[in-house]
Design a protein around this ligand. Structure first.
Ligand code: GMT
Length: 377
């Protein structure tokens, strides 16, 4: 066993891929014997059951009438430093550049050089915020001042260099997924609630931000269900939910589309689905495509960002240029109409998830980075 590390984790604790990855990583590291301190505004939503190596420190923000905006970032920086000193943390692993990497940089100024900072970039912190003049220089500073920086896909890594002119090396560490018992039947009762045995079940899961192109999801589904009996599950919530709902009504598909809202147990839902849809405009990785893949569910998606690094086109799913819904629907139908092709894709998907994105292998990669920056192993 390598040396046990004391690790502080800052992330967005509510819904979102970066928070999911940070939380699942913390749980894995705790299982591997490390002491994990989550430092966030609320308990991360996927934390689940109690573990003796996991601690939670809540960030409290002062409510002072002079402040127009509550100074969350400053309170987080202060809390990171406090916890680091009190608990003798070896390092902070922060997910998302803004504000977490900036806050970790400030915390390091308060604690001293011995506190190392590992920053994981997740996508929109670079592709959207990194391009914004109001934050760009700050993000570049946070990256340069981190002891190690990781990106969740090669596409994001290259974009970070291109957008910010970053000179420090960046490690590529893919997102990961827990293995799903492949081949074991999903929950048949759950499936029958949404689809009859002869109907296909499609799913889209996201935070319904414009970048997810949820109207494309409706369009793909409308084309598919016109050819084969099918139902669609929408999982999640966000700004474009109302638009998706309105479009479903406009097309008269209310009986065929279910809006499930935010759900914690995504694996149970994915396991009853036949196909996942991810036609995003931009996606540094596409965690949901990996979660679907692990459950043996092929994904039809766009060629955007890091999606082609996750989905093997023509093997575990199909990809088309952003907005090409006709092509995406044709791919979906090709899979849904051909049982032997479908089962080949389904099996290949589960195998690819295990081979390239296994939780244990990725945890080891992060551990190596931690030992490299702390100089201890
Ligand atoms: O996709 C989102 O809108 C949420 C965002 C987040 O910050 O949680 O997701 C980003 O990080 C995920 C985990 O690394 C990636 O799987 C998503 O692709 C990435 N989103 C985008 O790049 C748009």
């Amino acid at each position: 066993m390598n040396r046990v590390l004391k690790i502080g984790i800052a992330c967005y604790p509510t819904l979102g891929g970066s928070g999911v990855v940070a939380t699942e990583l913390g749980k894995l590291l705790a299982e591997r014997g490390h002491e994990i301190h989550f430092i966030t505004e609320s308990v991360p939503f996927r934390l689940g059951k109690f573990h003796k190596n996991i601690f939670f420190h809540q960030v409290e923000v002062i409510d002072y009438h002079v402040f127009r905006y509550p100074p969350y970032d400053l309170a987080l920086a202060n809390k990171l430093a406090q916890v680091a000193k009190l608990e003798g943390l070896d390092l902070l692993h922060v997910h998302y550049a803004v504000p977490h990497a900036i806050c970790a940089y400030l915390a390091k100024q308060m604690v001293g050089e011995q506190l190392k900072v590992v920053t994981t970039l997740h996508g929109t912190d670079i592709t959207i915020l990194g391009n914004d003049p109001s934050l760009k220089d700050l993000i570049r500073l946070a990256i340069h001042q981190s002891d190690a920086v990781t990106a969740v896909s090669k596409d994001l890594l290259l974009e970070t260099i291109a957008v910010l002119g970053v000179e420090t090396p960046i490690d590529l560490v893919y997102n990961f997924v827990d293995p799903v018992p492949y081949g074991e039947a999903g929950c048949p009762d759950l499936r029958s609630h949404y689809a009859a045995p002869h109907e296909k079940l499609l799913v889209h899961m996201s935070n319904f931000r414009p970048v997810k192109r949820v109207l494309d999801v409706v369009d793909i589904f409308a084309r598919v269900q016109a050819e084969v009996p099918a139902k669609l599950l929408f999982v999640g919530e966000g700004p474009e939910l109302a638009k998706a709902n309105a479009r479903v009504t406009e097309l008269g598909l209310q009986e065929r589309v279910f809006f499930l809202g935010k759900q914690e147990n995504v694996t149970d839902i994915l396991r009853i689905a036949d196909l996942a849809l991810l036609p995003s405009e931009k996606e540094s990785f596409g965690l949901v495509a990996l979660e679907a893949m692990a459950a043996g569910v092929p994904t039809i998606g766009s060629e955007a960002g890091g999606i082609p690094e996750v989905i093997a086109h023509g093997e575990t799913g199909f990809l088309a240029p952003v907005g090409q819904t006709e092509q995406m629907a044709a791919y979906a139908l090709a899979l849904l109409r051909n049982a032997s092709l479908y089962s080949r894709f389904s099996e290949a998907a589960a195998q690819r998830a295990e081979r390239l994105f296994s939780a244990d292998a990725i945890a080891l990669q992060y551990e190596d980075i931690y030992y490299r920056v702390t100089g201890r192993s």
